[in-house]
Write a protein that binds this ligand. Structure first.
Ligand SMILES: Cc1ncc(C[n+]2csc(CCOP(=O)(O)OP(=O)(O)O)c2C)c(N)n1
Length: 255
């Protein structure tokens, strides 16, 4: 709630939670993931593996290629998981890359690459687990391409009916991963409507609580973003903070 509403608190995770905030700049999280993985290796953390998730659109960015190259050269314990939903906003995959698959790009960088059915939860789990196990065994990075489909629009400003057919969308509707996994569990006697209702009620409660917490008035620290650019205070950033607070005071004075 904090993150998607643009509040700085949403970018700060408790130390126990090793999940980083969503990156808006395509592929910029990938060199960071390599840095974290390499850093953990230098520190001698045997079990740590960085998992970086990105879309097919990110594979055209320089950061993607630099990250894969560095990861391979440094033998960093990192897993690159590409969610290939076949469109980057309106750009279809064949206009994104000349490669037959995204997975095969791994070959050029000298790492393991695999393409999996991204709508099969267990297949994705297995591919990620294998890659994590390899990274932990000191066998370096992997690239996983999970092939799926974006059912909805990219954002509310996007109109997918302008670049793909209803027939194609209908074809993919039948492969809905949630539905598939649910049917699989039901057939194994592990899931039923009662469990589903309980799960949905629990999720609704969590969301309602998060909304209430977010909407509860609190003190907003205007210069919070400057606290977290680097792990420690840096003169250049501190000068920017000072300037920002001065400008803000002037603005408030004008109101
Ligand atoms: C470096 C950079 N360039 C351009 C954009 C604008 N942009 C936002 S999303 C997007 C396409 C992303 O494609 P994909 O990851 O496949 O996402 P999907 O369309 O499937 O939601 C672009 C070009 C951006 N966020 N960052």
């Amino acid at each position: 709630m904090f993150h998607i509403n643009g509040h700085e608190e949403g970018n700060i995770n408790p130390a126990s939670d090793r999940t980083l905030p969503v990156s808006i700049i395509l592929a910029s999280q990938l060199p960071h993931a390599v840095g974290l993985a390499y850093g953990s290796k230098l520190k001698g953390e045997k079990d740590t593996v960085a998992l970086a998730v990105f879309g097919d659109g990110s594979t055209s960015e320089g950061d993607f290629h630099e990250a894969l190259n560095f990861a391979s050269v440094l033998n960093a314990p990192v897993v690159f998981l590409c969610q290939n939903n076949q469109f980057a906003i309106s750009t279809p995959l064949e206009m994104q890359t000349g490669s037959g698959t995204i997975a095969q790009k791994a070959i050029a960088y000298g790492m393991q690459g695999i393409q999996v059915d991204g709508n099969d939860a267990l297949a994705v789990y297995q591919a990620v687990k294998d890659a994590v196990d390899r990274a932990r065994a000191g066998e370096g990075p992997s690239l996983i391409e999970a092939v799926t489909f974006r059912m909805a629009m990219h954002t509310t400003a996007d109109d997918p009916t302008r670049y793909r057919s209803d027939d194609l969308v209908k074809k993919w509707e039948k492969k809905d991963p949630l539905m598939r996994f649910r049917i699989y569990l039901e057939r194994k006697g592990l899931w039923d409507d009662k469990k589903q209702e309980k799960l949905e009620a629990g999720i609704k409660e969590d969301i309602d609580n998060a909304v209430t917490e977010f909407e509860t008035a609190r003190q907003i620290k205007n210069d919070a973003p400057f606290d977290y650019v680097f792990g420690t205070r840096v003169d250049l950033i501190e000068a920017q903070r000072k300037r920002f607070l001065m400008d803000l005071e002037k603005e408030v004075g004008h109101e």
